[in-house]
Ligand binder design. Sequence first.
Ligand SMILES: [Zn+2]
Length: 207
Amino acid sequence: MSLLKIVLSLDLGGNRRLVVHENNEVFVKDLATKKCAFFTPLRWKRFIGLIADIEEHAQLSLVGKTTHYMQQIGGTWYVSVDSKFLTVDIRQWYEDLRSGTSLKPTRVGIALTYFNWEKLKKAVVEVDDEIPAMLAVSPCWHESQIDQMFCDECSPFHKVKDVANVRAAEAAEILTIDTDFNTSDHAVDFTQRGKKLRMNPLLSTVE
Ligand SMILES: [Zn+2]
C-alpha cells in the first residue's frame, strides 16, 4: 500500500472511489474487491480528453446499439466501451504473441458501471478544481514519428522492426537535406524537399 498522502477522495457509487495522492496520481478503485485503475497525471489528462468519445459510445450501448470502442490512455492502459458489457472498462492490456498482434485484457483494472461513470464525470471536474497542478499537465507530444515509437507511453508494444523502418525513412530525409550545402536551415518546405530528393544521386534511381 502506498504511503503517500491522499489529497482528494470522491465517492463514485457502490464501493468505488476516486482517490488522488499528493504526487497527483489518480486511483479509481473498488474498496471491496480491491480492483483498481491507476493513472499518472499524463494518463489522467489523456483520459479526460477521451470523455466525450467514451460518453458517446456509452450512450449508444445504452440504447441497444452495438459498439466497440477502445483507446489507449498511456502505456499498456486502455479505456474501452463494449455494448456486450454495459461498462466503461479501464484496464491494462497485453500483446498476445501467439495470436499475432491482438491485444488481450489483463486482470489489472476496473469495469465501471454506468452509474459509476456518471459520478466519475463529475469527479473529473472536481479534480480539476481541487488540484490546480493537474491543469498544467500536457499530454505527450512528439516531434517525429520515431520519437513517438520509442515512447513507452505512446507505443508500449513497439517492435524493433517497425522502429528500424522509420529510422531508414528518416535517415533518407536527413541525407537529402544534408546534400544541400547552401542552407543550414533545416526547416525546409515540401516543394524544396521534393527538389532535393531529385538532386540526391543516391535517390535518383527512384524516379
Ligand atoms: Zn509519448
